[in-house]
Write a protein that binds this ligand. Structure first.
Ligand code: NAD
Length: 705
């Protein structure tokens, strides 16, 4: 007979002599302080009930538990009793048999909770993951001590060091699951029957304190192997090494001492700037979902069919995102050849992913079946969303939007993938400006997670919410920004790239600039990045700027290379030269051109230090970021950081340019800008004035928020 003892998120009921504790705190059973209190209270109540022979802990939501509440680390609530490690020690040490019935993902602290139970039963969707390493941390609720005691060193190290999820079947194979129930319909009944069978057979409690581990040669070998695999320059080397130390302690120390050491290593990891940056970005992704205009009262349109206009490099990638989800997608181009090539290209690139095992056969087939090509606007009459990705030219965009407005049903959302053009002006080409929005994908559009969502002056909240939700459904990281030249991404990129190319005129060589940036942690130097994007694309993006009038040397080198049709990687020649295998080489010709241009422009060539390269690229970028926030183009500094980390390979372990600025101090940046303003003469006076936004932060001793 079931009797309910609690109407709160943790429910305790009795099924015969089995106490069933179900955690029901949607969406993810995050083990925050109130939930921990409830869980412990229910556990103690069940344990104290003399009629109870065993306790089953399960979840009433789709996942078992997503673990600790990260925000509690900074708020301090994580350290308020009952803390998770103590609850888990209590469960582990209990003389009452305890079974975890794992219906879905058990993540972080959620997985550690299952490890503290004596037995684990999993459903078909059960999965285990300790993702702490991705936040620069190690499991901190006994995971590093209990997991090796259950699975052995090899699997424990792999799970902890990879941060990746393991499936129910794999978990069974490595003894992480004692019983696997493939039929979801009868999962709980089966888990309870399994527990009853354990009780009947007098199965022992498995208190991890009494599981001793022997550090045999094989274990030593595993530990050694993992230590050797840590790259000496990798930013996560310290946390990885702490994880290995913690696992090794499971072999050297008794459980309580091992748990104490784990706690100490956890505290040390927490204090590292690396972990702070990773936690900051984790929080940033959560914050990016909060757009005041998109509250729960705003309706989101259901998007069932999509069209992409323009079958070029962006259109292909954009279409792939939707068709992979099985969403009917039409790719339209006025050039039939472009349509044909795009369909072939998508099939080929999805085929390669299929071969590599990155795509399963069902997804591949679904993607191909959902995709069709067309050359006229007749095809777009019944679509819910159109994404335009034609040439970056306002006149061409106008032609397209006028036609779309004519051919699409009234509710259709019209989006533009423009990198720099004014979304408000594009909206004006239509009779439905409230349904026009910018969706700025990054190249390659099917693989880059970042998506800048540009909210025009008249974009309605419902339009915004509809595309935002769709973006999340296709696995993107949407960041909402407002309209200005280049939005957030390309506007901040502009000074960063301008300084890089200017310094090549002043005497730096392209490799030197790239090396300084990659040494800082960028995945690619900005010079190489421009060669990859294409100097022709960059030329077009600059064409609407009037910077040349103020600065005669503005991108003089890039303009000349463009005139020489050196468009970058795609033409085999750009700032670098590329051989037939695609390998990059320096080209002395570029130094010749840079020297001549410098002389024509009266720029004195000199040796430029790595520090100057870094400061001029980064500080002008940060200066622009401050102004973007001042103008309220971005909602928050962390949105700009997400854009830079996910769009331009800014080192995530530095948290993004504005987080980095907060770390080194805004006054340092302010002073450096003034120094270069002085040192660089007319050029300095033109480009090195602290922006209003930065000036405000510096004078009020504030930080980016
Ligand atoms: P692209 O030159 O590769 O492709 C453009 C396609 O549009 C061509 O196939 C062309 O035939 C087609 N087209 C031109 N006019 C048309 C019309 N009137 N009707 C139908 N089709 C037409 O260009 P791309 O690099 O894919 O860029 C497309 C858009 O995406 C641009 O606005 C660009 O700024 C933006 N963007 C590009 C990148 C990038 O890295 N390439 C990144 C982000 C955004």
């Amino acid at each position: 007979m079931a009797n309910s003892a609690s109407s709160t998120p943790v429910k305790l009921e009795k099924i015969g002599s089995i106490a069933l504790i179900s955690v029901n705190h949607a969406p993810a059973n995050i083990l925050s302080l109130p939930l921990r209190r409830e869980l412990l209270s229910c556990f103690l109540q069940a344990e104290g009930d003399t009629d109870v022979n065993a306790i089953v802990i399960t979840s009433a939501v789709n996942i078992f538990s997503a673990g600790a509440d990260i925000t509690e680390i900074d708020s301090g609530a994580a350290y308020t009793a009952p803390i998770l490690p103590d609850i888990l020690d209590r469960i582990d040490a209990s003389s009452t048999l305890c079974v975890a019935a794992i219906n879905g993902a058990a993540i972080g602290g959620g997985m550690e909770l299952t490890l503290a139970c004596d037995y684990r039963v999993g459903g078909s969707k059960a999965a285990f993951q300790l993702p702490e390493i991705t936040l620069g941390l190690l499991p901190g609720a006994g995971g590093t001590q209990r997991l090796p005691r259950i699975t052995g060193a090899r699997h424990a190290l792999n799970i902890i060091l990879s941060g990746k999820s393991v499936s129910a079947e794999f978990a069974r194979d490595i003894d992480l699951l004692d019983h696997l129930v493939m039929d979801d319909e009868c999962f709980l009944e089966d888990a309870i029957a399994f527990t009853q069978a354990l009780v009947r057979s007098n199965a022992p409690v498995r208190d991890c304190r009494f599981i001793g581990l022997e550090k045999c040669p094989e274990v030593r070998g595993q530990l050694e192997l993992q230590r050797e695999a840590i790259a000496t320059a990798a930013p996560d080397r310290v946390v990885k090494s702490r994880c290995i130390d913690a696992v090794e302690a499971a072999y050297d120390l008794a459980l309580p001492a091992g748990i104490e050491l784990e706690a100490q290593l956890f505290r040390e990891a927490l204090a590292e700037p690396y972990a702070q940056a990773m936690r900051y970005l984790f929080e940033a992704e959560r914050s990016a979902k909060h757009i005041p205009e998109m509250d729960s009262s705003v309706p989101a349109m259901s998007i069932e069919k999509v069209a992409v206009i323009g079958a070029g490099s962006m259109g292909r990638g954009i279409a792939t995102n939707f068709s992979s989800l099985g969403l009917p997608t039409i790719i339209v181009d006025r050039d039939p050849d472009a349509v044909e090539k795009a369909l072939q290209h998508i099939e080929k690139s999805c085929g390669i992913r299929l071969e590599k095992g990155l795509l399963d056969t069902t997804t591949f087939k679904r993607a191909m079946d959902s995709l069709v090509g067309a050359t006229t606007y007749d095809a777009v009459g019944d679509v819910d969303l159109v994404i335009e990705a034609v040439f970056e030219d306002l006149g061409v965009k106008q032609e397209v939007f006028v036609e779309l407005d004519k051919h699409c049903k009234q509710e259709t959302i019209l989006a533009t993938n423009t990198s720099t053009l004014n979304v408000n002006a594009i909206a004006d080409f239509t009779t439905r400006p409230d349904k026009v929005v910018g969706l700025h994908f990054f190249n390659p559009a099917d693989r880059m997670r970042l998506l800048e969502v540009i909210r025009g002056k008249r974009t309605s909240a419902s339009t915004l919410k509809s595309v935002f939700e769709l973006a999340r459904a296709i696995g993107k990281l949407p960041i909402v920004v407002n309209v200005c030249y280049g939005f957030v991404a390309n506007r901040m990129l502009e000074p960063f790239a301008r300084e890089a190319f200017r310094m090549i005129l002043e005497g730096a060589c392209p490799e030197q600039v790239d090396r300084v940036l990659t040494d800082f942690g960028f995945s690619m130097g900005v010079v190489s990045m421009y060669d990859l994007v294409g100097l022709d694309v960059a030329y077009q993006a600059r064409s609407v700027l009037s910077h040349k009038e103020q600065d005669p040397g503005y991108h003089a080198l890039m303009d000349e290379l463009y005139a020489l049709k050196r468009y970058g990687r795609k033409t085999g020649l750009g700032i670098y030269r590329y051989d037939t295998t695609g390998k990059k080489h320096s080209d002395p010709q570029v130094a010749v051109i840079a020297t001549r241009l410098a002389s024509e422009l009266g720029i004195r060539r000199r040796e430029i230090s790595p520090q100057e390269i870094l400061e001029r690229c980064l500080f002008t970028l940060i200066n622009e970021g401050a102004q973007i926030l001042e103008e309220k183009i971005a909602y928050r500094a962390s949105d700009c950081d997400l854009i830079w980390v996910n769009g331009f390979g800014f080192p995530n372990w530095r948290g993004g340019p504005l987080h980095y600025a907060n770390q080194i101090g805004i006054p340092v940046i302010h002073r450096a800008l003034l120094k270069y303003r002085e040192q660089l003469g007319d050029y300095g006076r033109l480009w090195y004035t602290p922006s209003v936004g930065l000036e405000k932060l510096a004078t009020t001793n504030s930080t980016f928020q």
